[in-house]
Ligand binder design. Structure first.
Ligand SMILES: *Cc1c(COP(=O)(O)O)cnc(C)c1O
Length: 404
């Protein structure tokens, strides 16, 4: 291999010595004999062998090497190595979407009779997956208040295999103390899985706080520029080998092209997260002072009930905030419709700021009772702050305020 390859390998394997910004641009790069500085995309479904003997050795696992892109592709592997280094995990396994990461994890590590304790404030499809689909395989789930440690503890049963949470929650920024829940899980022999979509390793590293597995919808901040759907799981070799085995068989793998896009996304992740968090904090504080705004939900605000926890377990507060306007659903819709710069969409984590009405879109399928419990009110608006200038965003939100 070329010298450059070894140099990059060295950085990847001395991850304890490197800062996250360095890992984001360096870790896991696969450089071919051509000496390319950028990352090559291996758009090939299969790989050739130099002999029948070599083919047999690869298939039997006697010899390492590429076989078929459902489970061995150098571009996908480079992405996996980079995100694993950034999260501080032994190994990562990439998947076709964030949801397929959770599906693959569940099917790889659980069986009929197992039980899950899950935060009730997780992504809507995550609730459906546990509640409607895993239940068909005889895997049951108890949903708990993510901020209540005694509720987590009380929900655990002898057959509990996994605790699952997302912090900060979407859209109301409820936090869960990762280290405390990890301790509760481990005392009962269960695994803690954290969906780290909202803060990413740039701002929060759950594995360092005691979690066993981190999952991502790479679709959000890891790409950050709205181009691809993908997911990834990071953890210890033992569990990731099980997941890898499932994906090899189940086929919920990431495409090489998407892996390349995410690899590029990771390079700018720390700098984007810092900039987007900074803007979000400015806007959250500004919104708090405006007449027409009833309440702002953001863990960076000093009056957030868990601000101290946010300062302890996060390196920043993230780019997503939510606020309630004075009035009803129509007022929220008028606010949204009066904006001109931000995009009206259900997505988040993009360099383009997005605005969402959770009650009628992302959380629209919840029952009235579920919404009331989760605090999804008709006057609630979610903002995922991008990289536009803060003053332009402020002017845009001012248009919204004027329409109330
Ligand atoms: C979007 C999202 C998911 C699902 O990911 P997909 O890539 O859309 O499948 C899971 N968790 C969170 C927090 C999300 O925002």
């Amino acid at each position: 291999m070329s010298q450059g390859f070894e140099r990059d390998e060295r950085i990847q394997f001395s991850r304890d010595d490197c800062e996250l910004d360095t890992l984001a641009v360096r870790a896991g790069q696969h450089r071919t004999a051509e000496g390319e500085h950028g990352d090559a995309i291996f758009t090939t479904s299969s790989f050739v062998f130099s002999s029948a003997r070599e083919a047999a050795a690869r298939f039997s696992g006697e010899e390492e090497g590429n076989i078929y892109s459902r489970f061995t592709n150098p571009t996908v592997r480079a992405f996996e190595k980079r995100i694993a280094a950034m999260e501080g995990g032994e190994r990562a396994v990439a998947t076709s979407s964030g949801m397929s990461a959770i599906l693959s994890l569940g099917l790889a590590l659980m069986r009929t009779g197992d039980h899950v304790v899950c935060s009730r404030s997780v992504f809507g499809s995550t609730v459906s997956l546990f509640d409607r689909y895993f239940s068909r395989a005889g895997i049951s789930t108890t949903f708990v208040d993510p901020t209540d440690l005694s509720a987590w503890e009380a929900a655990i049963r002898p057959e509990t295999k996994m605790l699952f949470l997302e912090t900060p929650s979407n859209p109301l920024a409820e936090l869960t103390d990762i280290a405390a829940v990890a301790e509760i899980a481990h005392a009962k022999g269960a695994l803690l899985v954290v969906d780290n979509c909202f803060l990413t390793p740039a701002l929060q590293r759950p594995l360092m706080l005691g979690a066993d597995i981190v999952m991502h919808s790479a679709t959000k901040y890891l790409d950050g520029q709205g181009r691809c759907v993908g997911g990834v799981l990071v953890g210890r070799d033992a569990e990731m080998e099980e997941v890898f085995g499932f994906i090899r068989t189940g086929g919920s793998c990431m495409s090489p092209f998407n892996a390349w896009v995410f690899l590029k996304g990771l390079e700018t992740l720390p700098i984007r997260m810092r900039a987007q968090s900074e803007s979000a904090l400015i806007l959250a504080k500004w919104l708090q002072q405006q007449t027409g705004i009833k309440k702002v939900y953001y863990s960076g605000l000093e009056d957030h009930p868990q601000h101290a926890l946010a300062c302890r377990q996060q390196k920043g507060f993230g780019g997503v905030l939510a606020f309630e306007v004075d009035g009803d659903r129509d007022a929220a819709w008028r606010f949204i419709d009066a904006t001109e710069v931000v995009s009206i969409t259900g997505n988040l984590g993009d360099v383009k700021t997005t605005i969402t009405h959770p009650d009628t879109t992302t959380h629209g399928r919840m029952t009235a009772e579920e919404k009331a419990k989760a605090g999804i009110r008709p006057n609630l608006i979610r903002l995922s702050v991008g990289l536009e200038s803060v003053s332009d965003l402020q002017a845009d939100l001012q248009r919204g305020l004027s329409a109330l």
